[in-house]
Ligand binder design. Structure first.
Ligand code: IPD
Ligand code: CA
Ligand code: CA
Length: 274
């Protein structure tokens, strides 16, 4: 599909631009309490939108920093020009360009490019999932207690977000929970078997649109927290290698219904460990 080839080419060019900015360490502004944005976000989005308008002038574009446009077309691109902005702003090399294409509301192509490792994740509907052109599959880990999983925390309304309770409970029941700071890369790491599951609350369409198809095409599964269908407007994303999905859904229901032991008492810990 030529859409995928074009997206790979554009993502690689935008990735090179981000690397240039990353080496210079750019200043950041805040869009919200902890929601950072840099000149790199804006420059990357300008490039990606310009290239998409040249290649596909009739298509619609949804872009995080507002540079997109609506259209009458059945084709819509979802662009996160820099996923991992907080990492980027602090010089922590975990970030990517994320581009996805929907046709009549169905995901048909997804590309995520990490310029720090020169890793291009790509997938098209029915065509498989790839890392630098090599096919990838989700892991074969069948039990949560043997898994490595990932999550993230949104940059807004953190004090209201219950994810710290999920982070605590799943940490107790797995080999560990990673919080690397790029939702699109988290999903792609699930697709290629580096993680065995990933979940997050309150992501935006551009955060998840490109990473979900690579997971599904690699044999993984993406739903909401009760196992219902995921769509990019969902406020809940739960992805897994499919083998772990039912166990995770059960754990999530136990956490949501309060049938789990809460966080240990900090004062008790320090009084008995000093
Ligand atoms: C953020 C990253 C992060 C996730 C946040 C997102 P941004 O995207 O994907 O991992 O936890 O919820 O907002 O702001 O760096 O594009
Ligand atoms: Ca993002
Ligand atoms: Ca972003």
């Amino acid at each position: 599909m030529h859409y995928l080839e074009s997206a790979v080419e554009i993502a690689r060019e935008a990735g090179a631009l981000l690397s240039h900015y990353f080496e210079r360490r750019v200043a950041f502004e805040t869009k919200g309490e902890f929601d950072l944005v840099t000149e790199a976000d804006r420059a990357s989005e300008k490039l990606v939108v310009e290239r998409l308008r040249t290649h596909f002038p009739s298509h619609g574009i949804v872009a995080e920093e507002g540079g997109g446009h609506t259209s009458a077309s059945d084709y819509v691109w979802f662009v996160d020009p820099l996923d991992g902005t907080t990492n980027f702003a602090h010089g922590y090399p975990v970030f990517c360009v994320s581009m996805a294409l929907e046709y009549k509301g169905r995901r048909i192509a997804g590309v995520v490019y990490d310029p720090s490792r020169d890793e291009m994740f790509s997938a098209e509907k029915g065509g498989g999932s790839f890392l630098n052109g090599r096919p990838v599959r989700v892991s074969g880990i069948a039990h949560l207690k043997e898994s490595l999983v990932a999550t993230g925390f949104p940059s807004h309304k953190r004090h209201k977000n219950p994810n710290i309770h999920f982070y605590h409970q799943i940490t107790l029941r797995s080999h560990g929970v990673r919080r690397a700071g790029s939702a699109a890369l988290d999903l792609c790491y699930l697709a290629c078997g580096r993680y065995d599951a990933y979940w997050e609350f309150n992501l935006n369409s551009w955060d998840t649109a490109a990473g979900v198809l690579p997971v599904e095409e690699a044999g993984g599964k993406v739903t909401n927290f009760t196992g219902g269908p995921f769509n990019i407007d969902s406020r809940e994303v739960l992805g897994s290698n499919t083998l772990l999905h039912d166990e995770l859904l059960k754990e999530f229901q136990a956490i949501i219904s309060g049938r789990v032991e809460g966080l240990s008492n900090v004062a008790e810990y320090f009084s008995s460990n000093r």
